[in-house]
Write a protein that binds this ligand. Structure first.
Ligand code: 5GP
Ligand code: ZN
Length: 115
């Protein structure tokens, strides 16, 4: 637990969130400021700052995060129409929370290239 980290607090139920998935090492919840009809965040419970801080030993965890993301896309009925996953890393990408998270976005047409 990283004191002061909002996502660590959500993982430990110290801050409320609309959780839709929980396991021993991964959780998923609805984004507080959704950018699409479906906007879910999938995070590891362990505080990893971003992908730059992940290493070979995190390969299984990160792989399972992607599998969970896919399952949620199906569950929320955005799989057929299409969805986007985003992992912002550092300032230029717009990372505002320093706890690794996958954005799952869907329910509307997306622009390309992203802004
Ligand atoms: P980033 O900009 O770091 O890629 O994404 C952080 C995301 O976390 C943003 O989409 C933001 O709306 C979301 N967020 C920030 N604080 C909270 C919170 O307390 N609860 C929830 N559910 N989402 C949050
Ligand atoms: Zn954290």
């Amino acid at each position: 637990m990283n004191t002061g980290c909002v996502f660590c607090k959500i993982s430990e139920d110290k801050i409320q969130a609309r959780k839709i998935y929980q396991s021993n090492d991964i959780i998923a919840f609805h984004d507080i400021n959704p950018q699409a009809p479906v906007h879910v965040l999938v995070i590891p419970r362990r505080h990893i700052r971003n992908l730059l801080e992940a290493d070979e030993q995190d390969a299984s965890l990160i792989g399972r995060m992607l599998i969970v993301t896919t399952q949620i896309a199906k569950q929320l009925n955005i799989a057929e129409s299409g969805y986007r996953i985003v992992i912002n890393t550092n300032r230029n990408a717009g990372q505002s929370i320093d706890h690794l998270h996958i954005h799952l976005l869907g329910g509307r047409a997306m622009q390309w290239p992203p802004g």
